[in-house]
Write a protein that binds this ligand. Structure first.
Ligand code: BES
Ligand code: MN
Ligand code: ZN
Length: 500
């Protein structure tokens, strides 16, 4: 994990060195501790604000270099708009926004967790700190050549100044666990496929054992025995062997059915024999973002000791064209016993999910199942990069996911399932085919395919993250290609459903 950031908490008192970040509202009001810290510099701030017509609007900044009377070398005043309108998620964003205002070379910074109305509450200050870390993440482990002036400091000390250090440290513990999970997921998505192939991905999940997650790795032999031929067919053209990883966290009542999370882990998707065009094919190293999210989530749940029983299962394969690769027209028998005619070897994610979802349901009888997958380009056509597509056989689960989305900013939009779409994947030769006849409604026919491997009594949701898992919109809290999308969403779903 690239974490050159050293985050700490300290009381408001004491002169800040380096960069000082403070907040004001749209009336240019500051909190009392902030005013004390600014001291005589307040007057300079007022003059600079007037000169630059800075009014403290949300997401506006006023910067002063070497502000007179302060030990700080730079003062950044950030407007937060109207205090009454700030929602919990805004504090994470504010942390990200603040971190984004630190100059690249700065090695010390202090952020005042105070608003005009008073010190931020522990939850708010902890969110602020979380936002700083999410923003500061950069995947730069393969950069060996940097000009001196581009080189970031080895460590960057960011101090969050607060009123009650102990209370905020406590509130930050679970936030830090969740953030670690997000950054872990980002790292996995960002890794190139020559480094992160199925076996290596599986090996990295073993680190979860330190957090008391039980980790099992199924190899090809074990999968053959189980009859996971849909998954194995996808991986058979690769020189890298396929794997399934099962992760279990038991933080809930003993014997209580778990919730299950299932991730598509196509470490690289060339399309197989139905090969993809060259343009942007390099992005397909991120076709394991669903699996990365599940691993990041398991990390988050275990590290914060969530009071829930949860299982995470990921199907890890590489989709390659080769003499041994699966062909269009091939028919495979899935673990469920249903047969599938392969029409397009590039519709591989659903084949992987079919077996892993079936296996998860049989083995764990979960309370609900949620799968995550960078499944279709069609979902990007439908929703762009703002919302992930969500499909569900259960209204309560769908509503909970939508709500968690609004709370975390990881938005999901519910898409339809219906028999009319299901018909489109009936096959002449087998029980079903792996693509619909046309590209229209491609995200829906993919979801319908997966639904055939879910029994109607298990609440299930499928989240298509092709538009959000990587190369997604850059935000105040994410400047990384691999976004780690979904870790905060699903963590929140667990919190809201089982821990309140
Ligand atoms: N991994 C891709 C989907 C994808 C595309 C994710 C672009 C992120 C960005 C998936 O395996 C795929 O190739 N889907 C095909 C399905 C088609 C062959 C029915 C697609 O979307 O074109
Ligand atoms: Mn594909
Ligand atoms: Zn794929």
């Amino acid at each position: 994990m690239t974490d050159a950031l050293k985050l700490g908490f300290s009381p408001f008192a004491g002169p800040a060195k380096g960069v000082l970040v403070v907040f004001c509202d749209d009336g240019l009001e500051f909190g009392s501790a902030t005013q004390r810290a600014l001291g005589a510099a307040s007057e300079t701030v007022a003059r600079a604000a007037a000169a630059e017509r800075f009014t403290g609007k949300k997401n506006s900044t006023l910067e002063l270099v070497v502000p007179p009377g302060l030990r700080a070398t730079r003062l950044v005043v950030i407007g937060v708009g109207k205090i009454a309108e700030l929602k919990p998620i805004d504090f994470i964003r504010l942390g990200g926004f603040s971190a984004g205002k630190l100059p690249g070379a700065a090695s010390d910074a202090t952020v005042f967790a105070e608003l005009p109305g008073g010190a931020m509450k522990p939850e708010q200050a902890a969110s602020l700190a979380q936002g700083v870390r999410l923003r500061a993440y950069a995947f730069d482990r393969y950069k060996t050549k940097r000009k001196d002036d581009e080189r970031p400091p080895k460590t960057r000390n960011v101090t969050i100044a607060v009123d009650d250090v102990a209370a905020i440290r406590k509130a930050y513990v679970p936030r830090s666990a969740i953030t670690d999970g997000v950054l872990l997921a980002r790292d996995l998505v960002n890794e190139p496929a020559n480094v992160l192939y199925p076996e290596e991905f599986a090996r990295r999940t073993l680190a979860l054992k330190k957090l008391r997650v039980a980790v099992e790795v199924l190899d090809v032999r074990a999968m053959k025995k189980l009859g996971m031929n849909a998954l194995l067919g996808v991986g058979q053209g690769s020189s890298h062997q396929s794997r399934v990883v099962v992760m279990r966290w038991n933080g809930g009542r003993a014997g209580e059915a778990p919730v299950a999370f299932i991730g598509k882990g196509v470490c690289f998707d060339t399309g197989g024999i139905s090969i993809k065009p060259a343009a942007s094919m390099e992005d397909m190293k991120g076709d394991m973002a669903g699996a990365a999210c599940v691993v990041g989530l398991m990390h988050a749940l275990a590290a914060r000791k969530a009071r829930v029983n949860a299982v995470g299962l990921i199907g890890l394969v590489e989709n390659m064209p080769d003499g041994n690769a699966q062909r269009p027209g091939d028919i495979v028998k899935s673990m469920s016993g249903q047969t599938i005619e392969i029409i397009n070897t590039d519709a591989e994610g659903r084949l992987v999910l079919a077996d892993v979802i079936w296996y998860a349901a049989q083995r764990f009888k979960p309370k609900f199942m949620i799968d995550l997958a960078t499944l279709t380009g069609a979902i990007i056509v439908a929703l762009g990069q703002e919302y992930a597509g969500m499909f569900s056989n259960n209204n309560q689960l769908a509503e909970r996911l939508s709500k968690a989305g609004l709370e975390t900013g990881e938005l999901v939009w519910r898409m339809p399932l219906a028999p009319e779409y299901d018909k489109m994947i009936d096959s002449k030769f087998a029980d079903m085919k792996n693509t619909g006849g046309s590209r229209w409604g491609g995200a829906i026919t993919a979801a319908q395919f997966i639904k055939r491997f879910v029994d109607d009594k298990t609440p299930w949701a499928h989240v298509d993250i092709a538009g959000t898992g990587f190369d997604s919109r850059q935000t105040d809290i994410n400047k990384s290609w691999g976004s780690g999308w979904g870790v905060r969403l699903l963590n929140r779903l667990v919190e809201d459903s089982y821990e309140r």
